[in-house]
Design a binder for this molecule. Structure first.
Ligand SMILES: Cc1cc2nc3c(=O)[nH]c(=O)nc-3n(C[C@H](O)[C@H](O)[C@H](O)COP(=O)(O)OP(=O)(O)OC[C@H]3O[C@@H](n4cnc5c(N)ncnc54)[C@H](O)[C@@H]3O)c2cc1C
Length: 434
């Protein structure tokens, strides 16, 4: 069919029909493709694993699918650094690091993303003393419209490096990345049901006393699943294969998927289904290598919005969401996730200059999300919220500029590296301006 989109993201919230899709291997092939497109006056964009919910990776121009550009190039065990091609997934990188006794300091809750895609949007995990993945980047190469490869680090082209760590794909195609790692470590992971009020009351304490604390609140209930992951020297204590399948696949995915499908039948069942899901939560504990604990399987598709707000507003944000559900006809069937991260110094990072709480709302992919997300966004706007670049939101350059004190630093580098906007797309025009 003529208008059939040929590229679709994981959440089915963005799609496009690129003029051509290329699968380059190695920096030289990327250089050639970028230069050819630019010479012909065409736009070009790199896509990662399509795990952004926004149309940030979409293009009507040429698309670079970097899945074959995924080698580990160098492991520097002395300085705990690794240099990789940009299309490697976090999962593959974490496995490769484990073979060398290394690990990423922190990870998000899945590992399907490419490293370059995750870095480009400021992807983060949880932990009040830990910064996002972009902050672990200590060097990268950018392929520019004329095919030139620009190496950047704190020493080389430092101004480009400073902004390109959360570059939104707007500055060039990232060819390789050097990432600061840590010695491999194990985590003791505890998941347990708790009361929302108790978690809100003790939120600061829970964040301080755990290396990685987060919670999922089941809307229309007072039930929370609290997750604390802490470094440990204890030997690995994995779940049995049956338990692994029961918790990780059956309960978190298939049973949860069934709840979503039931909610499709009758929306007014959703509050009851949330109560039932909350009551079925059990306590589970295990010890394993960090990358196995961080990464979850996600088999139920959803749409997501996430806002980074100053950490001090975390409790207020959840209370306002609770008031929203109590006083509106909204019926929500997906838990709300609350995480934290340390401040960083990257101009367009949502956590730039402030300790942050990250509040995420989700909707089953077959359900409408816009009305809900707009109401949540109004709450986050009032709390100085900055949207995750890869998750749904309705902001524009005019509403975003004042939320980022170093906005102009990014704009200046963008004007210098891509004056003709070869790497632009509709989403970037909306959020960064033309
Ligand atoms: C199930 C699920 C779980 C998630 N969990 C988390 C989480 O725990 N924490 C969190 O913060 N986010 C999370 N996200 C969001 C996700 O991490 C980001 O949206 C991330 O950017 C997706 O990476 P990707 O490889 O799929 O990149 P894509 O979504 O394909 O692309 C993202 C951006 O990166 C650019 N890009 C990709 N490769 C290059 C390159 N080589 N050079 C230049 N630009 C490039 C693209 O052009 C685009 O602008 C989750 C998303 C999903 C679907």
């Amino acid at each position: 069919m003529v208008n059939e989109p040929t590229w679709v993201n994981w959440g089915r919230t963005a799609s496009c029909r690129p003029a051509a899709i290329h699968r380059p291997r190695g920096e030289e092939q990327i250089q050639e493709l970028v230069h050819q497109a630019a010479r012909a006056g065409r736009r070009i964009k790199a896509a990662g694993s399509g795990h952004s919910f926004t149309a940030i990776a979409c293009t009507e121009g040429e698309l670079l699918d970097l899945r074959d550009h995924c080698r580990v190039l160098e492991v520097d065990e002395r300085n705990l650094r690794v240099r990789v091609e940009s299309g490697i997934t976090i999962a593959d990188l974490a496995d490769a690091l484990a073979e060398h006794g290394l690990a990423l300091e922190n990870q998000g809750d899945v590992a399907y993303q490419t490293v370059s895609g995750a870095v480009s949007t400021g992807t983060h995990g949880t932990g009040e003393r830990l910064r996002n993945l972009s902050s672990q980047v200590c060097g990268l190469t950018l392929i520019l419209p004329d095919g030139e490869v620009l190496s950047c680090s704190a020493e080389e082209n430092p101004e480009v490096f400073q902004v390109a760590r959360v570059g939104l794909g707007a500055l060039g195609v990232i060819g390789t990345l050097t990432i600061q790692c840590v010695p491999a470590f194990r985590l003791r992971s505890l998941k347990e049901p708790r009361r929302l009020d108790e978690v809100l009351e003790r939120f600061d304490e829970l964040c301080a006393e755990n290396d990685h604390f987060e919670f999922f609140w089941f809307p229309h209930t007072e039930i929370v699943q609290a997750i604390s992951n802490n470094r440990t020297d204890e030997p690995a204590r994995p779940r049995s294969r049956l338990r692994e399948w029961w918790d990780g696949v059956l309960m978190e995915n298939h049973a949860f998927g069934a709840v979503q499908r039931l909610g499709q039948v009758r929306e007014d069942w959703l509050p009851g289904l949330m109560k039932l899901s909350g009551r079925l939560l059990g306590r589970s504990e295990r010890v394993g290598p960090s990358h196995r604990i961080f990464a979850n399987q996600r088999l139920v598709r959803f749409a997501e919005m996430e806002y980074a707000i100053p950490r001090r507003y975390a409790v207020t944000a959840v209370q306002e969401l609770r008031a929203l559900f109590a006083h509106s006809p909204l019926r929500i069937g997906f838990p709300i996730e609350v995480r934290t991260s340390a401040a960083d110094d990257i101009p367009l990072s949502p956590a730039q200059g402030r300790e942050s709480a990250h509040v995420a709302v989700h909707v089953y992919w077959r359900r409408p999300w816009e009305a809900y997300f707009r109401q949540v966004e109004a709450i986050m706007d009032a709390l100085e919220g900055r949207p995750h670049w890869g998750k749904l939101h309705f902001q524009r350059a005019s509403t975003l500029r004042q939320r980022y004190p170093e906005w102009d630093r990014f704009a200046t580098v963008r004007d210098r590296l891509d004056p003709e906007r070869r790497f632009a797309n509709g989403y970037l025009e909306r959020v960064l301006g033309p």
